[in-house]
Design a binder for this molecule. Structure first.
Ligand code: CTP
Ligand code: CA
Length: 223
């Protein structure tokens, strides 16, 4: 672990962060979403701010008050989040995708409230775009950091995700430990291998993570 250093390490760097869940409407009053408080994404934005970066934070619906970032964009659905990311990404040196994006949305959104009937209800779902993958496979992508919350085979699943999405860094954590909690344990996977950040407050983890990102990013820029 590298000791946290507030100040100017990330001065002049534009960092784009997504946070929170997305909400996919089914009808006028209902929807499907992911269990995500937004705490980790907001902590990452805050830690990067402390290091002097300019932050654009794109957030799905949360109950948190956002940190005072340079630009805060509130979105609801994955498609809205994708459009917001696409509008901001050309400015970004680093993209940190912390959002728990819903993998599916309703194939069609009913305009009126669905009425309750005494039968099973089938809802057709269609896949959402993979926002991180859209960014990481751009011809000239920013430095991309992904998150993976897994319930089992944490390292194996996370390593596979890092490869698939072509990410220099992937942050893995156990969903059952992390969701909604103020603390988590993180495993950072990069080209050099794995680094464990033992259980601590999310803001502390975010500070260690940002130091790690700074170190990888500056090595890359030197080469
Ligand atoms: N992600 C994204 N857009 C999506 C789905 C995921 O940007 N539609 C990003 C998340 O923000 C995270 C990373 O991809 O940084 C991994 O998300 P995760 O849900 O763990 O991976 P998936 O590829 O969706 O695989 P699965 O849910 O099947 O485990
Ligand atoms: Ca997913």
């Amino acid at each position: 672990q590298i000791a946290f250093q507030a100040g100017t390490l990330l001065q002049g760097k534009n960092i784009l962060v997504t946070a929170g869940p997305t909400y996919e409407a089914i009808d006028a009053v209902r929807g499907i979403t992911n269990n995500s408080s937004g705490k980790m994404g907001y902590a990452v934005a805050k830690a990067a701010l402390e290091m002097g970066a300019k932050i654009t934070l794109i957030s799905g619906p949360t109950c948190l008050s956002p940190p005072t970032v340079d630009k805060f964009i509130s979105v609801v659905s994955a498609e809205e989040m994708l459009h917001a990311v696409q509008a901001e990404v050309s400015q970004a040196d680093i993209f940190i995708s912390v959002a728990a994006v819903a993998d599916y949305r309703a194939a069609s959104i009913k305009e009126q409230k669905l009425k309750k009937l005494p039968a099973n209800l089938l809802i057709e779902l269609t896949p959402n775009p993979d926002i991180l993958m859209t960014v990481s496979t751009l011809p000239n992508p920013p430095f991309c950091v992904g998150f993976a919350a897994e319930t089992e085979n944490l390292e194996k699943n996370a390593a596979a995700k890092r490869n698939k999405k072509k990410l220099p860094l992937l942050v893995a954590n156990l969903a059952q430990d992390a969701i909604g909690s103020d603390e988590n344990e993180l495993i950072l996977l990069d080209d050099e291998g794995k680094h464990v950040l033992p259980k601590a407050a999310k803001i502390e983890q975010a500070r260690h993570l940002m130091m790690h990102i700074h170190s990888l990013y500056s090595k890359l820029k030197k080469n």
